[in-house]
Design a protein around this ligand. Structure first.
Ligand SMILES: [Zn+2]
Ligand SMILES: [Zn+2]
Length: 721
């Protein structure tokens, strides 16, 4: 029977049946274009009997229009799509969209036009043209890219094209990537490192599913160690995926990769141009992209012969996607490894409690790198009790940190101050009437950013110029900043040490790979004395001259109702502490806190990771929290407050009554208004044995929500706002 069922890329539709015309060959996984009303839709031919749906009478079937010339999605990937949709209560089509995430790869042109210098000179040379020609020496790209490089208008370059100074060249978009050489540079590994590297190589050779937790202190050389199994997979002709949490900060990684393999890896992230996306997607699907380094979305690409997955900094919260399909790339990586039957390495210096638990019960294999490489010692950690060492009013740095900074400045060493708060101040108010500046779209304060002279909402992205007069009382020049952000700490350092070169490192200042690279180059060249940064600086940096880390407010992360607050604080502070003393000089870490006796703070001070994890494990066990129980969040939202509330109350009235799960709510979500939508929340706590997803699906599917109400389900949530 030449009838197939398609998973179409339209979540509103569900699976649809089509006929296969005479002479067309399709198989499960084939990507096809099919008619839909007067238009067409992209679909994936699915395995018979695996998608629910009503059989349409054969006479009514419409024929598939064409098969897209890309390799069919392999069976392990089809099973992963099903598993992800099922586990995260998401639409199959939404997951499939993440696989076919390059529209250009499925069609579109195969060549593009780029431009380069011919060596000729223009009839009339102007200073601007001369500067452009000098800047473009050896460069090739689109007119827009070249205009960016030369810092001139596109018109100037078009003028040079007309005069034959710049010429167009046709470039094949799908040209192959240069091959990685697994033996380009043999690293010198310590005995500990060699031992772990050997075990990882064996796991790759075995070609079997093996989840591995690579647990190594910061500075232990995890990256160099996992380069060895990557090299082995390349030798075997198999592909490797390396997931990194923060793609803007891959510079250091890319340099090390190129030193080891003689060529950069294939990159995948959201700021790729569409032609680059097409090139990468096709090379991945054909198996010619050997090592892919990407953000979490790279996990769903159609690798032709995947042999190894590495999730670096696997504890990072940014692996959890918070909109659309709310998946956790760390957990889905393990599932992909299972379907593909390959090893998956979760690497971290501060593993998630869930991962450690899996290692403890033997589900994951544990490999440890206990010491720092090259004899560097772990830093000396001290607490600064802020109730005793109180900074003056309007100041945030205590005497011990100020002395520490003074000492490093005198010795020409670097310091890092960590505060996980962007901007100048988290709250701005009117001195005269006390009016607080709040986002009109969200229940959140506007954050003052002095560098960009803006008040910004960190939830919806709204930005406004600070008003000259108070909108409430009309008083002029009356705004006061409350509390510190990194910009304010940087000001305090400049005020204390006018000669110090201070850099603010946040997603605002290091938002692009270029800016991140520039910052790293400056820090390495010792052109920066004091770095003031958010959690962005807890990752991946390696500055040998950095010997002091000051944590401005270790208590900050403990506020709020996040069940992982203690763990996250531990991870952030431990990671940032790990930036100190990575060279030959020993490092010192000063942690400012008002709660020196809190278990997480005490564990940090004593460097007693095991004690922290043990205490946290018991707390989670008592609370029925992961890994001992499970959580889910359901958020109902609407632009109309009453509509959202009533829908939530109605849903609450039919809550399932079960012994193995209980449901809290509905209650206004902590962020009761977000991007103009009012939000009501249910929190579900379930035993591990409960069938959480089916219960939720049954409960929600029995309801017809008004069209203005959106329902979001978040399984294993990380965000509790
Ligand atoms: Zn006022
Ligand atoms: Zn907002």
């Amino acid at each position: 029977m030449n009838r197939v069922r398609l998973l179409v890329l339209n979540a509103a539709l569900g699976p649809l049946d089509y006929s296969v015309p005479e002479g067309m060959r399709v198989e499960p996984g084939s990507v096809v274009i099919a008619p839909l009303g007067p238009r067409t839709v992209t679909g994936i031919v699915w395995d018979e009997g695996r998608l629910p749906g009503r059989a349409v009478d054969a006479s009514k079937l419409r024929p598939i229009r064409e098969v897209v010339p890309v390799p069919p999605l392999a069976e392990p990937l089809r099973r992963l799509i099903e598993w992800t949709a099922d586990y995260y209560c998401a639409a199959l089509a939404s997951v499939a969209r993440m696989v076919l995430s390059s529209g250009g790869a499925l069609g579109g042109p195969t060549t593009t036009t780029e431009y380069r210098l011919t060596g000729g000179t223009p009839e009339r040379m102007t200073p601007q043209r001369l500067a452009a020609i000098e800047a473009l020496e050896g460069e090739q790209g689109t007119i827009r890219e070249l205009a960016g490089i030369a810092d001139v208008s596109e018109g100037v370059l078009r003028g040079l094209v007309n005069q034959g100074v710049i010429e167009p060249v046709t470039v094949a978009i799908d040209r192959p990537y240069p091959p990685a050489d697994p033996d380009f540079d043999q690293p010198a590994l310590s005995p500990d490192q060699l031992d772990v590297a050997k075990r990882l190589v064996q796991a790759v050779e075995a070609r079997r599913f093996a989840p591995i937790l690579l647990d190594g202190v910061t500075g232990s050389g995890k990256t160099e160690v996992y380069f060895e199994p990557i090299a082995e997979a390349v030798r075997m002709g198999r592909q490797v995926l390396v997931l990194l949490p923060e793609i803007a900060l891959t510079e250091n990684f890319l340099v090390r990769f190129e030193q080891r393999f003689g060529t950069p890896p294939v990159l995948w992230h959201s700021s790729l141009k569409s032609t680059e996306r097409r090139r990468a997607w096709r090379a991945i699907s054909e198996g010619t992209a050997q090592v892919v380094v990407g953000a979490r979305s790279a996990l769903f690409l159609p690798y032709a012969k995947l042999g190894l997955i590495i999730v670096d900094e696997a504890h990072e919260v940014s692996f959890k996607q918070d909109d659309g399909v709310r998946y956790n790339a760390r957990d889905v990586s393990v599932m992909r490894g299972r379907f593909e039957d390959i090893p998956v390495v979760l690497a971290s210096a501060t593993p998630a409690l869930e991962s450690l638990h899996m290692a403890e019960i033997g589900t994951y294999e544990l490999m440890e790198l206990p010491s720092r490489f090259g004899g560097a010692e772990l830093p000396d950690i001290k607490l600064v009790n802020l109730t005793e060492e109180k900074p003056p009013s309007g100041r945030w740095l205590s005497a011990p940190i100020i002395h520490g900074l003074e000492d490093r400045l005198a010795k020409g060493e670097q310091s890092l101050l960590f505060l996980n708060r962007r901007g100048y101040a988290p709250l701005t108010l009117c001195r005269n009437c006390g009016h607080r500046f709040q986002c009109p779209n969200c229940s959140a304060w506007l954050v003052e950013h002095r560098l960009s002279a803006r008040l910004a909402c960190h939830h919806c992205g709204l930005e406004t110029a600070p008003p000259k007069t108070c909108p409430e009382c009309g008083e002029g020049d009356c705004l006061v900043a409350c509390g510190p952000g990194v910009e304010r700490i940087a000001d305090e350092v400049r005020d204390l040490f006018p000669e110090a070169r201070v850099a603010v490192a946040t997603s605002d200042t290091l938002g692009s790979p270029e800016r991140a690279a520039e910052f790293i180059a400056q820090a390495e060249a010792k052109a920066i004395d004091v770095i003031v940064g958010t959690q962005l600086v807890t990752k991946g940096f390696h500055f040998p001259e950095l010997t002091l880390v000051g944590v401005v407010d270790a208590d900050l992360g403990l506020e709020g109702g996040d069940l992982r607050a203690a763990e996250r604080t531990y991870q952030q502070v431990a990671q940032v502490a790990g930036r100190a003393g990575r060279g030959e000089k020993p490092g010192e870490v000063l942690i400012q806190t008002r709660h020196p006796d809190a278990p997480v703070i005490a564990a940090l001070a004593n460097g007693d990771r095991d004690a922290f994890y043990a205490a946290e494990t018991e707390a989670r066990r008592d609370a029925g929290a992961p890994p001992f129980g499970r959580w889910a969040a359901i958020i109902l939202s609407s632009e109309d407050e009453k509509e959202a509330r009533e829908a939530a109350v109605r849903l609450g009235d039919t809550r399932p009554q079960r012994d193995d799960l209980y449901i809290l709510g509905p209650a206004p979500a902590p962020l009761a208004l977000l991007r103009g939508r009012y939000r009501y929340r249910f929190l579900v706590n379930a035993r591990r044995s409960a069938n959480l997803q089916d219960t939720l699906r049954e409960w929600l599917d029995a309801h017809d929500f008004p069209p203005g109400v959106r329902v979001g389900v978040d399984i294993d949530p990380y965000s509790f706002v």
